[in-house]
Design a protein around this ligand. Sequence first.
Ligand code: TRP
Length: 340
Amino acid sequence: MSEAQKDTKPTLLSGIQPSGHLALGNYVGAMRNWVNLQEDYNGIFIVVDMHAITVRQKPAELRNRCLSFAAQYLAAGIDPEENIIFIQSHVPQHAELAWVLNCYTYMGELNRMTQFKDKAQRHEDNINAGLYSYPALMAADILLYQTDLVPVGADQKQHLELTRDIANRFNKAYSPTFKVPEPFIPKSGARIMSLQEPEKKMSKSDVNENNYISLLDPPDVLVRKVKRAVTDSAREITPDSLQNPGIGNLLTIYAVLNDLSANEVISQFEGHQYSQFKGALADSLVAFLEPFQQRYDKIMAEKGYLTGILDQGASQARYIARKTLSKVYRKIGFVAPGRV
Ligand code: TRP
């Protein structure tokens, strides 16, 4: 792609917290869309380690996971030549802009954030200020790069709306500074639920490993997790199965992996035993994840290649981020260094 073409493409930005294990839900809800949209956008994909420490992490695990997540972005098909991939803490402007935006975000707004309420409940012993003000950091992630589109799961819609409010508030108080981003939220049909508790979302940080499919699960584990996934007392697939949380979720996963509509999956499996369908689903998962894992292993075996991509990504990101941040500093009245 020529530089001129690059300049005319809109910017797409997204990030995932390096906590837990990247799960099929992350792939379907986010990464798959990143890969599909990368042709038409200048993509920026971040491993948001600064967000991850709002919940306690083991240092050695966090360090490994950051590299592992970046490698999985690549294995999923993000082209490092065409996109910027980096680790959030390598670009200090995120923390700097987040502080400013904290001063333009109201406590009343943060109080309404359902992810905060949810996480505060799950981590009662550590309801820290970072967990509370985290939406201002997420707004900084997005606004630093004059982002047009943010592909995220439905659970992030509220944070994105707040980002838009903060951007508009700042633009109105001074002059146009930030582009106001649009969310890109995949269709609800592609929402992947927990395997054991299908009324809740599949979460990569679930304490019960049987609730999610990790993108790095080996074939025998995939087979076992699918076998154990909860269904209901019916035994065979009918059109009503789609309405049933357990088997319906498995049918959705099969549809996504095989690029079929829900109805096409039903017509393929109507009258089949659950156990038969589960066998077909496990086969699909293995067929999908095996090549992904091979690409991942190859990337992880070449640490120099991976760190080279991340270094280059961080330096490209800093270049853009510095421009936005210096505008912000100027507008709010900070004295430029060297002119005191
Ligand atoms: N808050 C997001 C989540 O928990 C992760 C995230 C951080 C993000 N910064 C972002 C997503 C910027 C999109 C854009 O999933």
